[in-house]
Design a protein around this ligand. Structure first.
Ligand code: KIV
Ligand code: NA
Length: 275
């Protein structure tokens, strides 16, 4: 079954959890798609995990399009959601629609995600009016790292909790089909999930959301410079990869790779004629 905005709404209504992982390239998209993930998020987290930046702020719309195209080629059933990067939608509603359109037309995404609550509702509304599905993203919104003074859990005070609920409702009213809740207390994420009709996807937001998302390098322990509390390492793939790299180096140096079965042949007759 193909994943669509309507199938996600049905999943929420049926209590069937929605699964999402970040994805930035074709091979990984194929693996995840074949594992029957519901959604592939081409996150601007690619700034850190793919490009080696300190945060998501330097990521450009062209970076996003480049990776989204690759993911879209590998996805057959999964819904491809692409992030609008920093400064691609904040300046004006026109910019927001234009750049969302580029992620769809050039990147071949099925929908776009942008960060913020009531402040970005004019953008959400305009993008939705252009028939582009929009996913909201509230709580710990990494593009606001400098405003927050670091990556900190949001919604811890009564005022902040009320603001988060108000933001979720505003994003829903603006026409979003889904909201990512990042870095918020589990109880608050559960309340937000009950208060709105569209699905919520949590990351560091507890089990009460309608679905979950993780950065794949985090859940595979490939990117382990820093592992936040909310990450579960489902497999130590980083270690397995590094051991394979070591084995390759050893076998090349000792001459056991390539072996006969990895080698092409030519008839002796041809070789003899060369001398
Ligand atoms: O960029 C990203 O990976 C994200 C998820 C953490 C939700 O926005
Ligand atoms: Na993101």
């Amino acid at each position: 079954m193909k994943n669509t905005v309507t199938s996600f709404q049905q999943q929420k209504n049926a209590g069937d959890k929605i699964t999402m992982l970040t994805c930035y390239d074709y091979s990984m998209a194929k693996l995840m798609d074949q594992a029957e993930i519901n959604m592939l998020l081409v996150g601007d987290s690619l700034g850190q995990v793919m490009l080696g930046y300190e945060n998501t702020l330097p990521v450009t719309i062209d970076d996003m399009i480049h990776h989204t195209r690759a993911v879209a080629r590998g996805a057959s059933k999964a819904f491809v959601l692409a992030d609008l990067p920093f400064m691609s939608y904040q300046i004006s509603v026109q910019d927001a629609v234009l750049n969302a359109g580029r992620l769809i037309k050039e990147g071949r995404a099925h929908g776009v995600k942008l960060e913020g609550g009531t402040k970005v509702c004019p953008q959400i509304k305009a993008i939705v009016e252009a028939s582009i599905p929009v996913c909201g993203h509230i709580g710990l919104t990494p593009q606001s790292v400098n405003e927050f003074g670091g990556f900190k859990v949001q919604g811890k005070t009564e005022a902040a909790a009320r603001q988060l609920i108000a933001d979720a409702k505003a994003v829903e009213a603006a026409g979003a089909f889904m909201i990512v809740l990042e870095g918020v207390p589990a109880k608050l994420a559960e309340i937000v999930t009950k208060e709105i009709n569209i699905p919520t996807i949590g990351i560091g937001a507890g089990p009460g959301c309608d679905g979950q998302v993780l950065v794949y390098q985090d859940m595979l322990a490939i990117f382990s410079d820093f592992t936040p509390k909310f990450v579960k390492q489902f497999a130590q793939v980083g270690e397995i990869m590094q051991q394979a790299f070591r084995d390759y180096i050893t076998e090349v140096k000792e001459g056991s790779f390539p072996a006969k079965e990895h080698t092409y042949t030519v008839s002796d007759e041809v070789i003899d004629k060369l001398y």
